[in-house]
Ligand binder design. Structure first.
Ligand SMILES: *Cc1c(COP(=O)(O)O)cnc(C)c1O
Length: 390
């Protein structure tokens, strides 16, 4: 094993760098989750999560990865054989689709080219055609982490409404929550799926469902088997500051601290910081002479940027050199994008100099593996970061 001095740069789009404050908060004795001290912790985090989702409705917290929260959203609201409409934005949308299929749901997928977001007009047209209202849910990934493309969640809500369709609206915000503006209540989302290890700045291990009244009503008659994921048991416990089974107590300490940090900075400032780092990154990519995968600037992700490799060059070879030489992890191309792109994560606990260091590592890596590209990306990013108005 090689020893390495200094900090590892974890610039994948999740898990993200965990702030020292959160690490210190987690590093405490685990308490009795049925004892009196726990109730205060539970009440504080359950209330504190609501503004992060933009909701006044309950947010359920599972000791799970994001994938568990995906499953929870489906098994609580749907019945075997129900038809769900999904949109192929990229690898994560595809994984959610496969999960839904394994649960016994009938998935209808609107195809996509992995460079754009979900198209509200295509969803509207499909729902308008569904006169029998066989489609029970529309599932969209807000920030497609495999491509660095966001979908327009409010516009899709408006499209569902224009079609006059009663389907539930389920949205994956695992890599957008606390990084990109999101409003569960205002945008009429029925279930918002979240995870701890991306914008929320925590280690992996917590999954979230924010649930609307309509979603809870659907749960009352939904017949997919569920036990561990059952909302009603959770909500009944949570009402008294408790959980039906052992919660991830130490991660909840970390969550409490992360929520305090988000409140201190202010969510609007958190979003602006992510927007600014994303723009600086895109300027670097353009100065290198490389292309951003996301086709439409209106859909750029503020939590990560996916960069196309010039033909004949392997993105994984570049990532390997950057890891070996500079101790920095970058995101790989997933699924059909393997080797063709690399992804720069710029979300979570992140500042200007961390971004500058990240871009330096990429720029040096590009020259080490002789990718046809120019220097000057870091300069372009620095110039942008120094402009007054940002
Ligand atoms: C990370 C991610 C997931 C998967 O979450 P896990 O915690 O790995 O289960 C799902 N959807 C999106 C958009 C993600 O970024």
């Amino acid at each position: 094993m090689t020893t390495r001095a200094g900090r590892h740069f974890l610039q994948i789009p999740g898990p993200t760098n965990v702030p020292d404050r959160v690490l210190r908060a987690i590093d405490r004795a685990t308490i009795d989750h049925r004892g009196p001290d726990f109730v205060d912790l539970a009440n504080e985090v359950l209330a504190g999560l609501k503004p992060v989702f933009g909701t006044e409705q309950p947010v359920i917290v599972y000791p799970s990865s994001g994938t568990g929260a995906w499953e929870a959203a489906l098994v609580n609201t749907l019945s075997p054989g129900d038809r769900v409409l999904m949109y192929e934005t990229g690898h994560f949308a595809t994984l959610w689709r496969e999960l839904a299929g394994r649960l016994g749901l009938e998935v209808e997928l609107i195809g996509g080219n992995w460079a754009g977001g979900a198209d509200p007009a295509a969803i509207e047209a499909r729902l308008a055609d569904d006169r029998a209202q066989a489609i029970k849910a529309v599932c969209v990934v807000h920030n497609e982490t495999s491509t660095g493309v966001t979908s327009r969640i409010a516009e899709i809500r408006a499209a569902i409404d224009r079609a006059g369709h009663p389907a539930l609206y389920l949205v994956d915000t695992i890599s957008s929550l606390a990084s990109i503006d999101y409003r569960h209540d205002e945008w009429g989302v029925d279930v918002t799926v979240g995870g701890s290890q991306k914008g929320l700045m925590l280690p992996p291990g917590l999954g979230f469902n924010a649930v609307s009244e309509k979603a809870r009503a659907a749960a009352a008659s939904a017949r997919l088997p569920r036990s561990y994921w059952d909302w009603e048991a959770m909500l009944a416990g949570n009402a008294a500051g408790a959980f039906p089974y052992t919660p991830a107590t130490n991660l909840l300490y970390g969550l409490r601290e992360a929520l305090i940090m988000l409140r201190e900075e202010g969510l609007a400032n958190v979003f602006a910081r992510h927007d600014r780092h994303a723009e600086a990154t895109r300027r670097a990519v353009r100065a290198w002479g490389l292309d951003i995968l996301c086709a439409d600037p209106a859909e750029y992700s503020s939590s990560l940027t996916a960069v196309r490799m010039p033909d004949g060059h392997d993105a994984d070879a570049l990532r390997q050199v950057i890891l070996d030489r500079f101790d920095m992890s970058l995101g790989a191309g997933l699924g059909k994008l393997k080797g063709r792109i690399f992804r720069i994560g710029h979300l979570g606990d992140f500042n200007d100099l961390m971004l500058a260091g990240t871009l330096c590592g990429v720029e040096m890596g590009l020259s080490l593996v002789n990718v046809p590209s120019r220097r000057g990306g870091v300069d372009a990013a620095m110039s942008y970061l120094c402009e007054e108005e940002h």
